[in-house]
Design a binder for this molecule. Structure first.
Ligand code: ATP
Ligand code: SKM
Ligand code: MG
Length: 368
C-alpha cells in the first residue's frame, strides 16, 4: 500500500500495532475522528493459527521489505520467534527503512545470495528473479502476495511438491475484520472458514476457460464481456480476433475467403486460447458446424446461450439496415439445424428469454 506510512501523520489516533509497525492499511472515520489500523498484522496471525504453524523458538525467512513484510516480522517477533531473517534484493537500499526492526537481536537482514537452508519462508513481494535453490532448500512456503493467478513463487514451490499456503485466507480475514471495524459489529468466527472454503472452490472453477456458444445475436459477446470483467478473467471474442488479425470485418473475410477458410481461421483462434489463463471466449456462431472446432470444444466448459428464434430474428433485424423478411425462412432453417449441435455440445444451457445480460452472466457464475 503506497500511502500506508504517509497517512499516519494525518490520523487522529492509531491502534497499538500501527504505533509499533508504522503502517496503517485501514482507516475508520467516526464523528470526525480518524483511527488507523494494521490488518496485515492481525490477519497474518490468524493465517498461521489456521495452518498450525508454530512461532515460538522457530526460524523464519521473510522475502521482501515493504509494509506487509514489516508487519509480518513484527508479528513473528512479538510472538516469540527465535530468528527472523529478512531477505532483501539490495540491503543498502533498505537498511535505513528497516532500522527500527533490525535493531532487535532476533531480526537480521541478508541478500538473496546469502540464503541458507531453512524451514519456513514467507513471500511478501513480487519477484521474478528468486533463486531456484530456495524451492528445494525450504519446506513450507507462505505466499502473502495473493492474486487470482498463481505467482511465480507459488508455482515453483508447488512444482517441488512442498507445503504451499496462499494468502487467500489472510485476505478473507482482513476483509471480515475491516468490516467489523467499519460497521462496529462482530461476525461469527465460522464466517472466515466458510467464505474461504467457498472462495477456494469458486476460484478453482474460475481457472477453467469458458466457451460461450449460440446462434447469431444470442449475446455471446455482450454476456462474455460482462462476465470476464466481473470475474477478472480475460475475454476473447473469436470474430473480433479474426477482424483484428485480418484487418477487415468478419463478413468480408467470409465473403472473400469462403466458408471453409473462415471456419479454419475460427478453429485456429479457438486453439490459440491459452487454457492456463482463465478466459471467457465468445465463439463464432457457426464454428460448431466445423468438425475440428466441434471436436476441440467437446471436452471444454461450453455454455450455450439459448434464445428462441423470434428473439434472435428481431435482434438481427434491429441491427440490419435492409429488411430480412425474405431471409427469415432460411435463417430459421439454419437456426434449427444448429440448435441440435449447440445442445449436444453444451455442458450447460442458459435459457435467456426475458433475462438481462447481467442475469445471464450471474447464472453462468452460479453454474461455475
Ligand atoms: N439478454 C439480453 N437482453 C437484451 N439484449 C441483449 C441480450 N443479449 C444480447 N443482447 C443484445 O443483442 C445484440 C446481439 O448481442 P451480441 O452481439 O452479444 O450477440 P452475439 O452472440 O455475440 O452475436 P454474433 O454471433 O453476431 O457475434 C446486442 O445488441 C446485445 O446488446
Ligand atoms: O453464423 C455464422 O456462420 C457467422 C456468424 C458471424 O458472427 C461470423 O462468425 C461469420 O460471419 C459467420
Ligand atoms: Mg459476437
Amino acid at each position: 500500500m503506497p500511502y500506508s506510512q504517509k497517512i499516519i501523520n494525518q490520523l487522529d489516533e492509531v491502534s497499538p500495532e500501527v504505533k509499533t509497525i508504522g503502517f496503517a492499511d485501514t482507516v475508520k472515520i467516526e464523528q470526525n475522528l480518524s483511527k488507523g489500523y494494521n490488518m496485515n498484522y492481525y490477519s497474518f496471525g490468524k493465517m498461521l493459527l489456521k495452518e498450525n504453524i508454530k512461532i515460538k523458538d522457530q526460524v523464519f525467512y521473510v522475502l521482501g521489505t515493504g509494509d506487509i513484510a514489516q508487519s509480518v516480522v513484527w508479528y513473528l517477533k512479538d510472538n516469540g520467534a527465535r530468528s527472523i531473517i529478512i531477505v532483501s534484493e539490495n540491503i543498502e537500499n533498505t537498511k535505513e527503512e528497516l532500522n527500527k526492526l533490525i535493531c532487535s537481536e532476533e531480526v537480521s537482514i541478508i541478500e538473496y545470495k546469502d540464503i541458507n537452508k531453512g524451514y519456513t519462508i514467507i513471500n511478501t513481494a513480487y519477484f521474478d528473479n528468486i533463486p531456484k535453490k530456495i524451492f528445494t532448500d525450504f519446506e513450507t512456503f507462505l505466499d502473502l502476495t495473493y492474486t487470482q493467478e498463481e505467482t511465480l513463487f507459488f508455482k515453483m514451490a508447488t512444482e517441488q511438491k512442498k507445503k504451499v499456503i496462499s494468502g487467500l485466507y489472510m485476505l478473507v480475514v482482513k476483509v471480515i475484520k475491516t468490516q467489523e471495524i467499519w460497521q462496529n459489529k462482530l461476525y461469527n468466527i465460522k464466517y472466515e472458514e466458510k467464505i474461504f472454503n467457498k472462495l477456494t472452490e469458486y476460484l478453482k472453477k474460475c481457472k477453467k476457460t469458458i466457451f460461450l456458444i449460440g446462434f447469431v445475436s444470442s449475446g455471446k459477446t455482450a454476456v462474455g464481456k460482462y462476465l470476464a470483467k466481473t470475474l477478472g478473467m480475460k475475454f476473447v471474442d473469436c470474430d473480433k480476433k479474426i477482424e483484428i488479425d485480418l484487418n477487415k470485418p468478419v463478413f468480408e473475410v467470409f465473403e472473400a475467403e469462403g466458408a471453409t477458410a473462415f471456419r479454419e481461421k475460427e478453429y485456429e483462434v479457438l486453439k490459440s486460447v491459452n487454457l492456463n489463463e482463465p478466459t471467457i471466449v465468445a465463439t463464432g456462431s457457426g464454428c460448431i458446424t466445423y468438425s475440428p472446432s466441434y471436436e476441440y470444444l467437446r471436452d471444454k466448459q461450453v455454455v450455450y446461450l439459448y434464445n428462441d428464434f423470434n428473439t434472435i430474428f428481431s435482434r438481427i433485424e434491429e441491427n440490419e439496415v435492409i429488411s430480412l423478411v425474405e431471409l427469415k425462412k432460411e435463417l430459421e432453417n439454419l437456426y434449427n439445424y444448429r440448435f441440435e449441435i449447440y445442445e449436444e455440445l453444451a455442458k450447460y444451457v442458459i435459457y435467456c428469454r426475458d433475462k438481462s445480460i447481467i442475469e445471464i452472466a450471474n447464472e453462468i457464475k452460479e453454474y461455475l
